[in-house]
Design a protein around this ligand. Structure first.
Ligand code: FES
Length: 167
């Protein structure tokens, strides 16, 4: 019988560091030794902890008996893994061809100015992580910006402040 791990996101109480590590240790026990288990464990660890700092990578390495270099390699290969704390919301500016030629670059520049961070960075207040994307499927109404799951189409630099004010 296969076991599944469920992590609950509805609790309003912030877990302590120890509770998070205990939860991750349980995940490791369930997945250890199974095919493809490292990716699963890293996914769940990121869900529980929020990101994958070096200390946590070492913990996973020891518990799973997998070299730290292999774990770091997997984390850096997949863009959905993050080694730094992420903002509450993720802004992705599309820099695919259609968006790029219709002003994507100036949107990126303006967002850098408004948010005060470079691409890949998180604002000081922890509200936004700023990234670029390769095409988010709205080419006909380019340029597009995605914030979490919401796609904003035909964006221009003058609309950015009002879009961000919704968050
Ligand atoms: S290139 Fe931007 S949505 Fe496709």
């Amino acid at each position: 019988m296969s076991k599944t791990v469920q992590s609950c996101c509805c609790s309003t109480k912030e877990k302590t560091q120890k509770e998070k590590y205990d939860e991750i240790a349980n995940v490791i026990e369930l997945y250890k030794g199974k095919d493809g288990s490292l990716i699963q464990v890293l996914h769940l660890a990121q869900e529980i902890y929020g990101y994958l700092p070096l200390e946590l990578q070492k913990f996973i390495s020891q518990r799973m008996s997998i070299p730290l270099s292999k774990i770091s390699g997997v984390i850096s290969f997949y863009s959905f893994f993050s080694t730094a704390p992420r903002g509450k919301h993720t802004i992705r500016v599309c820099m695919g061809t259609a968006c790029y030629v219709r002003g994507g670059k100036s949107i990126v520049e303006k967002l850098k100015e408004i948010l005060g961070v470079e691409i890949g960075g998180t604002t000081e207040d922890g509200k936004f992580t700023f990234e670029i994307a390769r095409c988010i499927g709205a080419c006909g109404l380019a340029p597009a910006v995605m914030i979490d799951d919401v796609v904003y189409k035909q964006v221009n630099v003058n609309k950015l402040e009002s879009i961000l004010s919704k968050y």
